[in-house]
Design a protein around this ligand. Structure first.
Ligand code: ATP
Ligand code: MG
Length: 773
């Protein structure tokens, strides 16, 4: 393969500096949309192609799994382009689609599978799969490599059980949610229960320590880890075991971290340990053929509630550089051109963020045209706001045949704001996707099937076993389960050990004993299979043998049908996983499901409007962005109103939101809003007042659309009827149905209708011209 690296021409000189830097530390700081992520991606390609670094020796940390996948895809494409040059002497884009895909799959086999690219959580859980058996905590608790990963709701229910049942605490004083939050914070700060107690010696701290200890016992008994452990345990393991650290230090010669401003202390500790091999003295560090490159923007630090700390970014040069007089230029690159947003949008973002005191000034020069002004809109209430947004989307879509639904994003401060937008989108039939709604892997039926799989992979995982032991019902009642759990407790063993011990089981009444034995045999059979047949096959057999799908079929409801579809989709996910990955073991599959983040719902190129919180929008870009709910107390949120530090974080969040927009930006707020039940007058956000007035407009075009909406509404006055639950109606395209819910009243009414053929839909009767029949 040629070493003439062609793709460097896609970069500006500063990006090239970051990409071509070979050894030692390098910090890339720059504002939003300046090509940081692009530089990081190209750097990986360059390390491999030009410097012949083995992909195995590279560790690349991204903020979401989706970002990791995109990064791998991009690298794969760059490699395929290079390969085309060397093999065919031709440009990649001139090859046929078939040739392109052949080259890509060749590259995939050679390089991409070996690349360690993912989130902190996915990368370090992978490391734990290798080495967790060498770890024990300060109370001697141990885990094995088949550990389960408990999600937030699992952790929450364990804490609740400890607080209310095991320790019989007053759950008003020790609210399980806040206790769990305290434990999670302790872990994010790297504190074990003992260390936590030392920092919190008063009564509350001592009780939380006790819960923390019981919680760790429960995790260890289930051979399970929570999300925070996936970061904390590697730190402790590296500190405990020099050989383990040394192995990973030698392996990862080149470390890259995107969105470094949102790193927390434990994550920083991991990077630091891997880079320095635990050596504090800079004189002992060896930078030959080694590097660490981090990219970030302190103005986009928005995760302090998860203990992220942007001073870590600011201290990078001090931490890793040798502090020589010329260090600044050697260990830092600034990117100053913005490639994403039109000038007006960029100018607004820059002016807004200048109101923050805690920041380093940056230059961000536009490279695109001035663009349009920023549209600012005041709506009557949240419903009118949603109507305004959806009308704009429809108008833009009609005016421009090139545009697709995927070009639009609606960003809000809290998830609860999505509902009016969803209703409006459903009514108008526009496809949309909610990023960060109920995750696929959080749905009941999916958690059920995954629990079967977790129990197969890790039989010590009692939580999962208990979830499925009588799901679907198979005659193992509560009394039986209690008897088995008690036996396990008394004998100091796991539930699974009891289940497979026929002597214990046979002490149960005849029918229960038979049911338990059948269940244990079924799990055992799958366990035996798992090392010889593909996971997909085991899943298929299990779905049948467990009676899970049959049970749903017997229910015969629409809801049950949906659940069956979801279970089938899970089976598809296994097949896809098997196609795309090197390690196709059950453990690896389960790990990918546990760590799939909210953002993974957003599929590339999907033609649907995206709805998400501002936090989820980090790193993304859209041609048209609607930033909604700009009201005091909502955005900035009420907690920040009398807290200057929190207010600065809200402003950074607003900066992130504004800089997602490429061509058009809309900012909206409402005169009054119903949020969490009560209707309140709303005051426009101070952030709107901080934007330069000359960049804002309340567009003439917008007035037109608003008038149009008004006339649509008034034209359909005759259709404002008193709709009632139970009314049978005729819809022009959907046929006959029955009203099951009525939302709102007067000209704001919408109705849910169950259609005989299509199932439930929410309809605006003014638009749909319903007839009573
Ligand atoms: P954020 O701070 O939001 O994470 P970022 O700094 O990571 O942004 P990227 O997402 O890498 O920025 O780039 C923003 C946009 O600019 C992308 O569409 C990217 O393809 C484009 N871009 C980056 N560098 C260049 C370049 N040198 N020439 C042309 N386009 C570029
Ligand atoms: Mg980025």
């Amino acid at each position: 393969m040629t070493t003439k690296i062609d793709f460097l021409s896609h970069l500006n000189p500063s990006q090239r500096q970051a990409v071509e830097h070979f050894c030692g530390p390098l910090l890339v700081v720059a504002g939003a949309g300046s090509g940081k992520t692009r530089a990081l991606t190209y750097r990986i390609a360059n390390l491999i192609l030009k410097h012949r670094v083995d992909p195995e020796n590279i560790l690349a940390v991204t903020f979401t799994n989706k970002a990791a996948r995109e990064m791998k895809d991009r690298i794969q494409k760059l490699f395929a382009e290079q390969l085309a040059m060397s093999e065919h002497g031709e440009r990649f884009d001139l090859l046929t689609e078939y040739q392109q895909s052949q080259l890509k799959s060749k590259v995939y086999r050679i390089y991409i599978k070996d690349l360690w690219c993912g989130t902190f959580h996915s990368l370090f859980s992978r490391i734990l799969r290798f080495d967790i058996e060498k770890y024990q905590d300060d109370k001697g608790r141990r885990w094995n490599r088949n550990f389960s990963i408990f999600d937030d709701s699992d952790s929450q229910s364990i804490v609740k059980e400890i607080v209310t049942k095991q320790l019989n605490l007053d759950d008003k004083k020790f609210e399980p949610r806040s206790v769990r939050y305290a434990i999670s914070n302790a872990k994010n700060k790297g504190l074990s229960p003992q260390e936590f107690e030392r920092e919190n010696p008063k009564y509350w701290g001592r009780v939380v320590t006790e819960v923390y200890n019981c919680y760790q016992d429960k995790l260890a008994q289930n051979n399970a880890l929570d999300f925070d452990d996936l970061i904390l345990i590697p730190v402790k393991l590296f500190q405990q075991n020099e050989q383990v650290l040394n192995y990973w230090h030698r392996k990862f010669c080149h470390i890259l971290v995107d969105e470094y401003q949102d790193t927390n202390r434990t994550q920083y500790d991991l990077i630091r340990l891997l880079v320095t091999n635990g050596e504090d003295s800079k004189n002992n560090w060896n930078w030959s053929d080694r590097s660490v490159l981090v990219v970030g923007d302190a103005d986009q630090s928005i995760y302090s509630f998860r203990m992220a700390d942007f001073t870590i970014l600011l201290e990078f040069q001090e931490d890793f550089g040798d502090n020589l007089p010329d260090d600044d230029t050697r260990t830092m690159v600034k990117l100053e051109e913005n490639y994403r947003s039109c000038e007006n949008i960029l100018e607004a973002a820059n002016q807004l963020i200048e109101n923050n005191t805690q920041r380093i000034d940056k230059i961000l020069k536009p490279t695109r045209g001035t663009g349009e002004k920023i549209y600012c809109h005041k709506a009557d209430d949240e419903i009118a706001e949603a109507e305004f947004v959806i009308n704009q989307i429809r108008t833009l879509e009609r005016q421009n045949p090139e545009v697709n639904w995927g070009n639009f994003a609606i960003l809000y401060r809290t998830n609860a704001q999505s509902r009016p937008f969803e209703e409006s989108l459903v009514r108008t039939g526009i496809p949309y996707t909610i990023v960060g709604g109920l995750k696929f892997y959080d749905r009941k039926e999916i958690k059920d099937v995954l629990s079967y799989l977790k129990a197969i992979a890790n039989p010590a995982d009692t939580l999962s076993l208990l979830r499925v032991i009588n799901t679907p019902r198979r005659g193992i009642g509560k009394a039986t389960i209690d008897a088995l759990t008690n036996a396990a407790q008394q004998l100091g063993t796991t539930l699974w050990e009891i289940l497979i011990d026929e002597t214990s089981v046979n002490t149960l009444a005849g029918r229960s004993a038979k049911a338990v034995n059948n269940f244990a045999q079924m799990i055992r059979k799958s366990q035996e299979q798992i090392s010889t047949v593909p996971v997909s096959e085991v899943v298929q057999q299990l779905l049948e043998a467990s009676g899970y799908v049959q049970d749903l079929q017997n229910q015969g409801t629409e809801e049950a049908d949906n659940r069956i579809q979801n279970v089938k989709e899970l089976y598809n996910a296994v097949l896809q996983f098997e196609e795309e990955n090197e390690d196709v073991s059950l453990g690896a599959f389960l790990e990918s499901t546990s760590l799939s983040s909210d953002l993974d719902n957003l599929k590339e190129g999907q033609s649907a409007v995206s709805l998400m919180t501002l936090h989820s929008s980090k790193g993304l870009e859209f041609p048209v962005v609607f930033l909604v709910g700009l009201e005091q107390g909502l955005f900035p949120n009420y907690r920040s109103l009398d807290n200057p530090t929190a207010l600065e974080e809200e402003r950074r969040l607003c900066y992130v939101g504004i800089t997602r927009a490429q061509e058009r930006l809309y900012l909206s707020h409402a005169r009054e809003r119903r949020l969490y039940g009560s209707r309140e007058p709303a005051v426009r956000s101070q952030f709107l007042n901080e934007l330069p007035e000359e960049l804002l407009t309340s567009a003439h075009q917008m007035k037109q659309t608003v008038t149009k909406t008004a006339s649509v509404s008034s034209g359909k006055q005759q259709n404002i009827q008193n709709w009632q639950v139970g009314d049978r109606v005729l819809h022009k395209s959907f046929g006959i149905g029955e009203i099951t819910h009525v939302f709102g009243s007067g000209n704001k009414v919408s109705v849910a209708i169950k259609f005989t053929t299509l199932g439930q839909k929410i309809i605006d009767p003014r638009v749909a011209q319903l007839q009573r029949v």
